[in-house]
Design a binder for this molecule. Sequence first.
Ligand SMILES: NC(=O)c1ccc[n+]([C@@H]2O[C@H](COP(=O)([O-])OP(=O)(O)OC[C@H]3O[C@@H](n4cnc5c(N)ncnc54)[C@H](O)[C@@H]3O)[C@@H](O)[C@H]2O)c1
Length: 259
Amino acid sequence: MSEKLVIQSHRGPYTVAFDDTLLSDPARLFEGESHFLIDANVARLYASDLHVILDHPNTITIEATEENKAIEKTIPVIERLILNRVRRDHTLVAMGGGIIQDITCFIASTLLRGLPWRFVPTTLLAQADSCIGSKSSINLGSTKNILGTFNPPRDIFIHAGFLETLEEKDIQSGVGEIIKVHAIDGIDAFDRLAADFDRLFDFVQTESAPFEQFHYFMVFRNFRRNANKTVIDKLIVEETHIKQIGDEILICKTSSNLE
Ligand SMILES: NC(=O)c1ccc[n+]([C@@H]2O[C@H](COP(=O)([O-])OP(=O)(O)OC[C@H]3O[C@@H](n4cnc5c(N)ncnc54)[C@H](O)[C@@H]3O)[C@@H](O)[C@H]2O)c1
């Protein structure tokens, strides 16, 4: 187990652990009675690492689609949890990207008037952005993110190795969120980002291709720190692979793709 960050929220503090050994001992994610809600692709791709979780009778596998994030589709998941005799002192554990996070957080907020939940984000978007902030948003039919709650997980476990299997579009989506986190920091931050945006965009479109080998993150040097940015920065370990774009933007390789 490596470093931990403590994030303050309206419900008290919660922790973010950077844990590169998670897949060698996933049993440590069980705490008391746990009910795992796992992204079906993650379950397929990491079947042998995660067998202790996947073989557990309380584990529920969910295809991460926007259709499955609709309230109508959460009902069968809730029914499964009830069949599995979920109780208020049990814990839900989400493992997946933003979709599994939103479904789990929403159920944890409402089922039995609230259950504790933990989160193992497996996409770049979820590791770098959505895991911080406590929000859940689910869809009503085709109306996206119309229902939701604020309900922080009790703890978050970030394992950068999960990013190795992401598809290009999901890496790009995460890169977009990282840019957003910095762009909304304020007028000055936005202007500094805008000044180098064309070069950044060119890098992402051309130099960094093929994206399958793109385990890079962007670090913005002189921007104010907040929890999201601290998480993003901590994903960077390979200082020798830094490429600078303009004055502010560094592109760095992460731990998940060391040569
Ligand atoms: N609650 C929040 O604060 C918040 C913030 C931003 C976005 N969101 C929501 O998050 C959703 C998008 O989430 P996302 O981009 O994290 O991805 P996602 O959950 O939509 O997953 C994208 C794809 O990646 C797959 N996947 C997940 N982990 C993988 C891995 N390690 N290897 C290979 N494939 C993997 C999934 O199966 C899916 O096919 C949207 O519904 C959005 O509304 C929520």
